[in-house]
Design a protein around this ligand. Structure first.
Ligand SMILES: [Zn+2]
Length: 184
């Protein structure tokens, strides 16, 4: 049995159930102390209300972390992993694109010089409908983690290029100002 209740709603009586998490008892009546899903457990006879968080729906202006999945002539395709600054799971469409004109503050000739599949980036949401479009034009946006194309080791930022410590290969990217400092 699962029903949505609001704080103060009567959910059961003490003759039948024991008040547990998310509920309180007053004069024999068990009431919800939080908004959420009511659960009346007939095994241990407890009444609990599990709080329901507001869904995390993306909106223009949000910052998100994404993984690049494909690089095309006119865009980078990515999958949104999480919101930056909001731990709740994102509801809705998680696939997004970054148009070549929104990749960098500088002119981009080849999307493959800015991002490679597997890169983790921070991006800004420009629009969510009809499709999710992102931008990485400002300094705080861009790659925060990238792997060497040759040996797949994480590369270190060296000014505007990335360097692989293992094989000394250098690669270019659009790099966020805190590359290598973001922990998930
Ligand atoms: Zn390498």
């Amino acid at each position: 049995m699962s029903k949505f209740v609001l704080p103060g709603d009567e959910v059961a009586v003490v003759e039948e159930y024991i008040p547990a998490e998310g509920t309180y008892e007053h004069e024999g009546i068990i009431r919800a102390s939080v908004a959420g899903k009511l659960s009346l457990n007939d095994n241990d006879m407890t009444a609990t209300v599990k709080p329901v968080n507001e869904p995390n729906i993306l909106k223009p202006g949000d910052n998100v972390f994404c993984r690049i999945t494909d690089v095309r002539a006119s865009m980078a395709v990515c999958e949104i992993i999480a919101s930056d600054g909001n731990d709740r799971d994102i509801t809705g469409d998680k696939s997004a694109t970054i148009h070549v004109s929104k990749l960098s503050s500088e002119y981009v000739q080849d999307v493959g010089n800015e991002y490679r599949p597997g890169d983790v980036i921070r991006a800004k949401v420009l629009q969510v409908k009809p499709s999710v479009q992102l931008s990485t034009q400002e300094p705080h946006y861009g790659a925060i983690k990238a792997l060497c194309r040759k040996c797949r080791k994480p590369m270190e930022a060296d000014g505007k290029v990335l360097k692989c410590k293992a094989c000394e290969r250098t690669e270019t990217r659009t790099i966020a100002d805190d590359y290598g400092c973001v922990e998930f």
